[in-house]
Design a binder for this molecule. Structure first.
Ligand code: SF4
Length: 451
């Protein structure tokens, strides 16, 4: 009889890339461990950390402190910290937390079975080598009913934006072989999958350094041809590297959803230069105009940093102007926080916290207005919706996403979860839409078909 598997609990902080990395952790440990949603029954507890902002890093350290209690109750529990904070802190983290067994970096994920074996034998281990290899893993098995997945297509970044810690904690850019990506997506579709999100720190530069000559757009075209793919998304794009061929793809590829996340970070040339972003206010808006010509209904989201060192009120106002001109449907905005090793952390003209807070509030108020306007434009229109689950307010109501990425709540049978349906938008709210399902026109696709 097969030995019962031990329990693995993973707490994930940060971005989509980290969510995908947590899936990878579960995959590489899958022979010995199975995931649990209950931390108190875990044999192995992993924290997957994010170092992109100081706040995220502080949260991890406070969680780690609070886990002392769990470890006292269950001394056999193995505790590991991985991801960007682990990469950055290494030995220091192990020294600061005597109850911690393992610190593993962003490349250590691939070597977890060996590392966990060592801590199970009583060692305390730090593995934060950025030169570790990232081998292709055995093919993934999807849980029945999985209809959305993320596929990592590249790791690391060569851009060295002056505020960003990623190149230091995730290493230099490396793309996966296209055949491995295509095989993974094909397997997922054969298992009943519908929507794939391709992930990389800067997907637009996908393909550099590979033996086969391939661009990111060519990869999208190959994936678009796979039978059964309803929706294809990707994150994240660097505006400088957004090529005309990729812009055109939005108007041409059936599966490619009409939504692009294009982080602008600031709307003023002086600050963009200090950030080492490689584009200007004008260039960014030219790309937005080209996207809207290629794909008139496209929705745009972005990332914005307020209070970058040296940002004046006039600079900030230019950012607000750019937001209005681009007409962002959604944005993710943050106060600048200095990160270790980055150039901007050494700039002498840091902006006061209260100024950052006041600007962030103004920027977010503007975004709320823009989002509501964009939602209001959808009222009365009929859209395809992928039903993702139940609404936050009630399990009587379904929740899904338009191809343009807005969330819509509507009434319908729970069997629709995981399938495509059509909905008429009836109400616009600041963070979501309300809709009515178009009865009789649903093209229900069953979930969990076997290969
Ligand atoms: S492109 Fe810039 S912001 Fe994005 S991961 Fe690379 S260095 Fe960081």
């Amino acid at each position: 009889m097969a030995r019962p598997k031990k329990k693995l609990y993973i707490r994930t902080f940060g971005c989509q890339m980290n969510v995908a990395d947590s899936e990878l952790m579960a995959q590489v440990l899958g022979e010995e461990y199975e995931l649990t949603a209950h931390a108190e029954e875990a044999d192995l507890y992993l924290i997957n950390t994010c170092a992109i902002r100081r706040k995220a890093e502080e949260k991890v350290k406070s969680l780690l402190g609070s886990l002392k209690f769990l470890k006292q109750q269950r001394p056999q529990l193995l505790l590991g910290v991985g991801g960007c904070v682990a990469q950055q802190e290494g030995e220091r983290l192990l020294a600061a937390a005597p109850h911690l067994n393992l610190v593993f970096g962003t490349k250590g994920i691939y070597h977890l079975p060996e590392l966990v074996g060592r801590i199970a034998r009583g060692e305390r281990v730090v593995d934060v080598g950025l030169n570790r290899d990232c081998p292709e893993l055995p093919r993934r098995a999807w849980l029945p009913g999985t209809f959305q997945t993320m596929v990592t297509i590249m790791r690391g970044c060569d851009n060295f934006c002056t505020f960003c810690v990623v190149p230091y904690v995730r290493g230099r850019e490396a793309s996966r072989e296209p055949d491995a990506i295509i095989a993974e997506v094909a397997d997922f579709l054969a298992a009943g999958g519908q929507e794939v999100t391709l992930l990389g720190q800067n997907v637009n530069s996908y393909g550099r350094g590979l033996a086969e000559t391939i661009t990111f757009t060519q990869l999208l075209r190959r994936l678009n041809g796979l039978p059964g793919l309803s929706r294809l998304r990707f994150a994240t794009s660097h505006p400088r590297d957004l090529s005309p061929e990729l812009i055109d793809a939005f108007g041409e590829l059936d599966a490619l959803c009409e939504h692009l996340h294009l982080p602008v970070q600031s709307g003023t040339d002086r600050i963009l230069k200090r950030m080492n972003r490689g584009y200007t206010h004008e260039h960014y808006l030219e790309k937005v105009a080209a996207l809207r010509r290629a794909c008139p209904g496209i929705a745009l989201s972005t990332d914005l940093i307020v209070g970058f060192p040296g940002e004046s009120e006039a600079d900030f106002v230019q950012t607000l102007d750019l937001m209005r001109a681009a007409g962002f449907d959604q944005s993710f905005s943050f106060k600048y926080s200095p990160r270790p090793q980055t150039r901007a952390a050494t700039y002498p003209d840091q902006v006061a916290e209260e100024v950052k807070a006041e600007r962030l509030a103004r920027l977010q108020a503007l975004q709320d207005e823009l989002t509501l306007k964009s939602h209001a434009r959808l009222v009365g229109q009929e859209h395809e919706v992928l039903v993702e689950g139940f609404s936050k307010r009630s399990i009587e109501e379904l929740c899904g996403r338009l191809r343009t990425n807005q969330v819509v709540n509507f009434s319908g049978p729970r069997e629709l979860v995981g399938s495509l349906t059509r909905v008429v938008i009836t109400e616009a709210h600041p963070h979501s839409l309300k809709g009515r399902r178009v009865q009789g026109l649903d093209h229900l696709v069953s979930v969990g078909r076997s290969a």
